[in-house]
Design a binder for this molecule. Structure first.
Ligand code: HPA
Ligand code: ZN
Length: 359
């Protein structure tokens, strides 16, 4: 709940989310339950794993991206079966739908599951079952995007991408493909995008959409490299792009959407205060962005809370929120019919809001 008079508008506004890691929606409650069900032992030497409460307390004290990633990858260990992934996915989708998220694009990290013997088909099967049920029952559409991992050798990324390509898993590869694009995430410092250039070129040659985490902890130069070397069509985070005036202009001209995660930036100490996230710069420069939760179970904020904290920090106008909502639709990878439906609903909600506030 935010303090703003716009609170009820921010709840009603039809939303699109583009930066949410499926594994980042694993709550401590579900983590302990799945660990017990699957007979997985959690690190006994770390007092954080003593209880749900101590785990939440540790999550509230992350010091950096890598500090978070250590816990995030331990969480993966409890996810084994298709039904685990279905439960995780449906829990997220129903919560998102309850905040009027109409369309969401969900990341997952295949390499970190393959190395534990969990097949990509297990994750896809669970996600698809949840996605179809959520679409029918709750009216939320969802897509799935695998992210390659920067903390592993690039050869591991190449092998994983090669497997997914050979199995025709990408939607651009004809009927049946379920993966909507390719992403890149994990540790950023000292991992320049250029290392993954050949893999992304192969993705592009196969008509696969591309996005990349960049400029979260890394410099503006990494955002520029993600555009130039990976031909990224979106940038995940991108906050350090604000350090380079020319880059901001390029992002605006090329209509590259940044999938910004302001609460994540605070929780991982990229900024001391949400007010330091360059939301105003992006608006002034005409850089498109969407607002996202990133790893909501780890950062204590799902998308509604992210919208509310952003409004509390920046006091945006109704027209600015309308533009953010429309840009989030335009930057989505769903089809034009779906985009049209969501845009129409945004228009309806804004029209109703303006009518009732005038009376
Ligand atoms: O915010 C993030 N950055 C990089 N990798 C990630 N993997 C999950 N969340 C993140
Ligand atoms: Zn992320």
């Amino acid at each position: 709940m935010c303090k703003s008079p716009l609170h009820s508008l921010l709840v009603a506004l039809p939303k699109c989310e583009h930066h949410m890691h499926l594994e980042g929606s694993l709550s401590p409650e579900l983590l302990f339950r799945l660990a017990a069900k699957n007979s997985i032992s959690l690190p006994q030497s770390d007092p954080a794993f003593e209880s749900v409460e101590s785990l939440y307390a540790r999550y509230a004290a992350f010091t950096s991206l890598d500090d978070f990633l250590g816990y995030y990858y331990i969480g993966f260990s409890v996810l084994l079966t298709q039904s685990d992934f279905e439960e995780l996915s449906y829990t997220y989708l129903s919560r998102a739908a309850s905040s009027n998220v109409r369309h969401t694009e969900v990341f997952f990290d295949p390499q970190a599951h393959l190395s534990r013997g969990v097949a990509v088909s297990t994750i896809i099967g669970g996600f698809q079952a949840a996605s179809q049920r959520a679409e029918t029952e709750l009216g939320i559409s969802s897509l799935l995007i695998p992210c390659l991992l920067r903390h592993l050798p690039v050869e591991n990324s190449a092998a994983c991408f090669g497997e997914m390509l050979s199995a025709n898993l990408f939607s651009s590869q004809g009927s049946g493909g379920v993966l909507a694009g390719l992403g890149l995430c994990s540790t950023e410092i000292a991992k320049p995008p250029s290392v993954w250039k050949d893999i992304f070129a192969l993705a592009e040659a196969n008509g696969i959409r591309r996005t990349s985490h960049a400029g979260e902890e890394g410099p503006a130069e990494y955002v520029a490299k993600a555009l130039d070397d990976l031909h990224a069509m979106r940038i995940d985070h991108g906050v350090h792009a604000a350090d380079d005036e020319g880059l901001l202009e390029k992002l605006a001209v090329q209509k590259i959407m940044l999938t910004v995660c302001p609460v994540s930036n605070v929780r991982l100490r990229g900024v001391d205060d949400i007010k330091e996230v360059p939301i105003r710069r992006f608006l002034e420069k005409g850089v498109r962005f969407s607002l996202n939760s990133d790893d909501p179970a780890y950062f204590g904020a799902y998308i509604q809370e992210v919208y509310c904290q952003t409004e509390d920090a920046f006091g945006l106008s109704v027209d600015e929120w309308g533009m953010i909502a429309r840009n989030a639709v335009e930057g989505s990878w769903c089809d034009d019919t779906r985009k049209g439906e969501i845009l129409r609903d945004i228009g309806g909600v804004l029209g109703d809001w303006k009518k009732t506030t005038k009376d």
